[in-house]
Design a protein around this ligand. Structure first.
Ligand code: BG6
Ligand code: MG
Length: 223
C-alpha cells in the first residue's frame, strides 16, 4: 500500500481567512497590532505557538491562565465562523483529486495541526473521504516536528517511504521531510525549495504520480 497525507487548512479547505478574523478580533480586544503578514506566519503552527507569535507585539507579559483564556476566546470565534462552512466550500478540484487517487489505489489521510480538523471535515462532508485522520488532538509537538505525519502513517499502517505529503506551509514541508516522506508544496509552499514537487492546484496531483520515487508509485495509477 502507498499513501497520500494531506494537510487540511490551505490544501483541502481554505480556513485561513477565519483564523485571521478570529485572531484579529482577539488582538483588537487586547489592543495588539495584528495584520495579514503576521497571520501568514501562523500557517501550520499550533494554536499556542500562534498566540506567542501574536504576543511579540504585546508590551508586557501574560500569565498562562490569561493565555489559555485568549486561546479559548479565539477558538470560540473561529468555531462560530467554521459553522458557516458546508460541502459547497470544497472545490471540484479537491473532490475529483481525492476520488482519482483513491481509484488509483492510494490510501488517503489527513495530517493537520488543527484540533478542529474533524469538525471541519464533518462540516464540509469529507469525513468519509479519508482512511485516517491525524490532527492536533493526537500530537504533542507541532509542525515542523514530523509527529503528525508519522502518526498518520502509523494509523494507515504504511511506512514513511511510501507516503507523500501535500502541504501549503513551509513548516509542513520540513515536517514531511523529517518524517522521511516525499513532499509536495502547494500554494505558499510551492515556492519552497525543500519541496520535492511543486504544484499550483490540487488537480495537478494525479499528474505528478508518475514522477514520484518508485517506493511511492502505484503501477497503472494513471488509469
Ligand atoms: C493549522 C493552521 O492547520 O492548525 C494553523 O494552519 C492553526 O494556522 C493550527 O493555528 C491549529 O488550529 P486549531 O484549529 O487547533 O486552533
Ligand atoms: Mg496548511
Amino acid at each position: 500500500m502507498k499513501a497520500f497525507i494531506f494537510d487540511l487548512d490551505g490544501v483541502i479547505v481554505f480556513t485561513d481567512k477565519f483564523h485571521y478574523q478570529a485572531w484579529k478580533k482577539m488582538a483588537d480586544n487586547m489592543g495588539i497590532y495584528f495584520d495579514e503578514t503576521i497571520n501568514n506566519r501562523l500557517r501550520g503552527v499550533s494554536r499556542a505557538e500562534s498566540l506567542e507569535i501574536i504576543l511579540e507585539k504585546y508590551d508586557g507579559t501574560l500569565s498562562d491562565e490569561k493565555k489559555a483564556e485568549l486561546m479559548e476566546e479565539k477558538n470560540n470565534t473561529y468555531r462560530e465562523l467554521l459553522k458557516t462552512m458546508d460541502p459547497e466550500d470544497v472545490t471540484d478540484a479537491v473532490r475529483n483529486t481525492l476520488k482519482k487517487l483513491r481509484e488509483a489505489g492510494y490510501k488517503l489521510a489527513i495530517g493537520s495541526s488543527s484540533k478542529n480538523a474533524k469538525f471541519i471535515l464533518e462540516r464540509v462532508g469529507l469525513l468519509d473521504a479519508f482512511d485516517a485522520i491525524s490532527d492536533g488532538t493526537n500530537i504533542t509537538r507541532s509542525k515542523p516536528d514530523p509527529e503528525v505525519f508519522v502518526k498518520a502513517g502509523e494509523l494507515l499502517g504504511i511506512e514513511a517511504s511510501k507516503c507523500v505529503v501535500v502541504e501549503d506551509a513551509y513548516a509542513g514541508i520540513d515536517a514531511a521531510k523529517a518524517a522521511g516522506m516525499e513532499a509536495v508544496g502547494i500554494g505558499d509552499a510551492s515556492g519552497y525549495d525543500k519541496a520535492d514537487y511543486k504544484i499550483q492546484t490540487l488537480e495537478e496531483l494525479p499528474g505528478i504520480v508518475e514522477n514520484l520515487s518508485e517506493s511511492c508509485k502505484i503501477e497503472d495509477s494513471q488509469n
